[in-house]
Design a protein around this ligand. Structure first.
Ligand code: NAP
Length: 280
């Protein structure tokens, strides 16, 4: 399942929509605190793709030693600015910065990363709001590749609020209708559990965790994990052995990462609509 191709399709279709409504400037703002290299790369890619989609993008960068007050006032300024529609605070923030206090300042309409407690509450309650981009990107991949979820058994490996927990909610909610098991580091005999699954979503951050013996023939395997090794970026899935067994599989890189960006941009256009700044 080719995430790069789907991301390019999403970007092209957003561009068309934005160009068709020529008066509307859709703006994504990012906040980056500190000098974490992967975060710098992620933010740069998000801006590049936002511009390709015809969006305006703003970037606020603060030093590694920025104070809580400085980070909060940067986010508050973007929250109060009517020309900004989506706000993304790149995580992780440096140690010592209270993440929750920062996220609390993002209004739910502008929370295009879907990570604030109000967005999470909306997802749980089935109300309109933004859904975290990575699990949303996984759903889009499954959907676009025609992977049936209804009545299927899914295992999600990882229980973070960023990926695993919202993934479980999305797969299990009405309309998607998978029967979902949430696995984590205390799960016993993960391989046997996964072998019973039609769909495996691996989001543990442990290189090569999912091997061929985890996968039943023709199962769908989606790799979210990212590990930086001497050999480059690798996922949670041992791609070479698993592709021999799986019916569908994502590469890493080139699978869920680009879909995360595609969904961030979709959320940003949705944010502009929610705020009445873009025609419905
Ligand atoms: P996280 O907060 O560290 O959570 C990892 C989860 O995996 C935890 O729930 C942990 O269990 C579980 N886990 C760890 N080792 C395990 C094992 N051996 N067996 C079963 N479960 C295990 O990480 P995260 O933020 O969710 O991110 C997960 C991975 O996805 C990371 O590699 C991250 O870089 C990547 N990521 C990718 C994208 C993308 O666009 N592709 C986006 C975001 C994140 P416990 O709860 O028991 O500790």
């Amino acid at each position: 399942m080719d995430g790069n191709r789907l991301r390019d399709e999403i970007v092209a279709s957003l561009r068309q929509e934005i160009e068709a409504a020529s008066q509307a400037a859709v703006c994504l703002a990012t906040v980056l605190v500190g000098n974490d290299k992967p975060s710098q790369i992620y933010v740069r890619n998000k801006h590049r793709k936002a511009q390709e989609a015809g969006m305006v993008s703003r970037h606020v960068e603060l030093a590694q030693n920025a104070t809580q007050t400085e980070v909060q006032s940067a986010v508050r300024e973007l929250a109060d600015d009517d020309s900004v529609h989506g706000i993304l605070v790149q995580l992780p923030l440096p140690a010592g910065v209270d993440v929750e206090a920062v996220l609390d300042l993002i209004p739910p309409e502008k929370d295009v990363d879907g990570l604030t407690e109000r967005s999470m509450g909306r997802l749980l309650r089935g109300r309109v709001g933004h859904v975290p981009c990575t699990p949303l990107g996984v759903m889009e991949l499954l959907n676009r590749y025609g992977i049936e979820t209804s009545g299927r058994r899914a295992v999600v490996i990882g229980r973070s609020t960023l990926v695993g927990l919202p993934q479980v909610l999305l797969l299990g909610r009405k309309g998607c209708d998978a029967t979902v098991t949430l696995a984590h580091s205390r799960t016993k005999d993960l391989a046997a559990l996964c072998r019973k699954a039609d769909i495996i979503i691996a989001a543990a951050g442990m290189a090569g965790l999912v091997t061929a013996d985890f996968v039943s023939p023709q199962a769908t395997v989606v790799d979210v994990g990212i590990s930086r090794t001497a050999a480059g970026i690798v996922g949670d899935v041992d791609f070479d052995s698993v592709q021999e067994v799986a019916g569908a599989i994502t590469p890493m890189p080139g699978g869920t990462g680009p879909m995360t960006i595609g969904c961030l941009l979709k959320n940003t256009l949705a944010a502009a609509r929610m705020l009445g700044a873009f025609p419905r």
